[in-house]
Design a binder for this molecule. Structure first.
Ligand code: NAD
Ligand code: ZN
Length: 361
C-alpha cells in the first residue's frame, strides 16, 4: 500500500485582526510598480467594512463574486478571461502576482480555480479530476469569511461542470497562503453559520467512523470535533475562533482520510435539486442514524439548541428520472463508499438502499 504524500498550505496567519496583514503579504509578492493583484471577493462584502480595508492598490483588479450558485466551470472560465483581458490592457498581458479569494467555500474555490486557469490553458472542465493540472498556479491566497468547509486547507476546488460536479484536485490547487481572521465572520446569518459549520462537524464524524481512519486523520478529526461540540452545544465567547480552527483541522483530517455516506448522498441531492453544500449535508445527515448513530444524535441536539429548521420532504415530488440521477451520482462516489464499507461496498450500496434514504429526506 502506498501512503498519501499530500501538500499542505505552507504559510498561514491566524488571529482576530490578522486580515490587516494582507498588505504585508502582498507587498512581498509585488516586485515592480506595474505588478497587480486580483481580489476575488464574495459580493456580500461589497458594502461591508471589509470592502474598505482590502488594501488594494490603484493598479489592482477587484472582482465581486456572485455565488447564488455554487461555482461552475463556465463562471471560472469567464472570470479567468476577465483577468486576462485586464492584464492585457494594463500589464502587457503579464499575469497578476497574486490572486486573493475572500469569502466562503465558494469564493475560496473560485480563487484557487482562477489562479490555476491563468497558467493552465483549455478551460476548467478539462481539469476536473485528479492531478490533471500540469503547471503551477499563480500565487494564491485564501481568506475565509465563514467557517466550516475546510476549503482553506484542501487540495481541491469543487466545480460544477457540464458533465459532473467534481474538483480540480492537485498539489498546485493548495493555497500558498491563508489568513484566518475570526473577526471576518461577523454578520453571517445564523442558519448559514449552522449549515456551513455542520459541514465541518460532518467531515469529522465521517472521517472518524470511516475505514480509512489513521492516527494522522484521527488527531485532527478528534480535536476538530471537540471544537465543534464546544461551539454548537455550549456557549463560548471565542466560538468564532474555535469554529475557524475546527474548519482548518477538519480539512486536514479528511485530507488524510475521506468523507463518507453523507457527502456521497449529498452530492446526488445537490446535483439534482441544487442545494448548497452545507444545507444539503444537513438534510442528508438527519436520516443517517443507521450509519452514524452517535453523530446524528448529537447533530439533532445541535439543531434543537439553535432552533434550526432542516428542510423536510425535499424528495417528495421527484420524477423517476430525477431519482435515478440522484442514485447514479451518489453511488458513483466510489472512494467515499469504500471509506464507509470497505472494498466490498458495491454489494451494500444498492439502488434500493439509496432510494429508501432519499425518500426520507
Ligand atoms: P458559500 O461560500 O457558498 O457561502 C454561503 C453564504 O454565506 C453565501 O450567501 C455567502 O455570501 C455568505 N457569507 C460568507 N461570508 C459571509 C460573511 N462574513 N457575512 C455574511 N454572509 C457571508 O458557503 P460555504 O458553505 O462556505 O461553501 C460551500 C462551497 O464550498 C460549495 O461550493 C462546496 O462545494 C465548497 N466546498 C469546497 C471544499 C474544498 O475542499 N474545496 C470543501 C467543502 C465544500
Ligand atoms: Zn463537506
Amino acid at each position: 500500500m502506498k501512503h498519501r504524500n499530500f501538500k499542505t498550505v505552507p504559510k498561514m496567519i491566524f488571529g482576530r485582526g490578522s486580515f490587516d496583514q494582507l498588505d504585508d503579504v502582498l507587498d512581498a509578492e509585488r516586485t515592480n510598480d506595474s505588478d497587480f493583484v486580483v481580489f476575488l471577493v464574495d459580493e456580500i462584502h461589497k458594502d461591508k467594512p471589509l470592502a474598505k480595508c482590502l488594501g488594494n492598490q490603484p493598479q489592482d483588479q477587484v472582482i465581486w463574486l456572485n455565488i447564488d450558485d455554487e461555482p461552475k466551470t463556465t463562471y471560472v472560465d469567464a472570470l479567468t478571461e476577465q483577468v486576462q483581458a485586464f492584464a492585457k490592457q494594463n500589464n502587457n498581458g503579464k499575469d497578476p502576482v497574486s490572486v486573493v479569494g475572500i469569502g466562503g467555500g465558494s469564493s475560496l474555490d473560485i480563487g484557487k480555480a482562477v489562479a490555476l486557469l491563468l497558467t493552465n490553458e483549455g478551460g476548467s472542465a478539462s481539469y476536473q479530476g485528479w492531478d490533471l493540472i500540469k503547471k503551477p498556479a499563480v500565487h494564491h491566497i485564501g481568506i475565509p469569511t465563514i467557517s466550516g468547509t475546510g476549503a482553506e486547507a484542501s487540495r481541491t476546488t469543487v466545480l460544477t461542470g457540464p458533465e459532473r460536479k467534481l474538483g480540480m484536485n492537485s498539489d498546485y490547487t493548495v493555497f500558498d497562503q491563508i489568513i484566518m481572521d475570526p473577526g471576518l465572520v461577523t454578520g453571517v446569518n445564523k442558519d448559514q453559520w449552522f449549515y456551513t459549520g455542520m459541514d465541518c462537524y460532518i467531515h469529522n464524524v465521517e472521517a472518524l467512523n470511516g475505514t480509512y481512519i489513521n492516527e494522522f486523520a484521527r488527531a485532527f478529526g478528534e480535536k476538530s470535533l471537540e471544537l465543534c461540540n464546544q461551539v454548537f452545544l455550549e456557549d463560548h465567547p471565542d466560538a468564532d475562533e474555535k469554529l475557524m480552527m475546527a474548519s482548518y483541522m477538519g480539512g486536514q483530517s479528511i485530507a488524510y482520510s475521506q468523507v463518507g455516506a453523507c457527502h456521497a448522498l449529498s452530492y446526488g441531492l445537490s446535483y439534482v435539486l441544487g442545494f448548497h453544500h452545507g444545507i444539503g449535508n444537513c438534510i442528508v445527515f438527519d436520516v443517517l442514524e443507521d450509519f452514524y448513530p452517535e453523530g446524528v444524535e448529537i447533530f439533532r441536539k445541535m439543531v434543537k439548541k439553535h432552533n434550526i429548521k432542516i428542510p423536510q420532504n425535499v424528495c417528495a415530488n421527484l420524477t423517476d428520472e430525477q431519482m435515478d440521477k440522484m442514485i447514479q451520482v451518489s453511488s458513483g462516489m466510489a472512494p467515499l463508499w469504500d471509506n464507509v464499507y470497505g472494498p466490498d461496498w458495491q454489494q451494500k450500496v444498492t439502488p434500493e438502499l439509496l432510494k429508501s434514504l432519499f425518500k426520507r429526506m
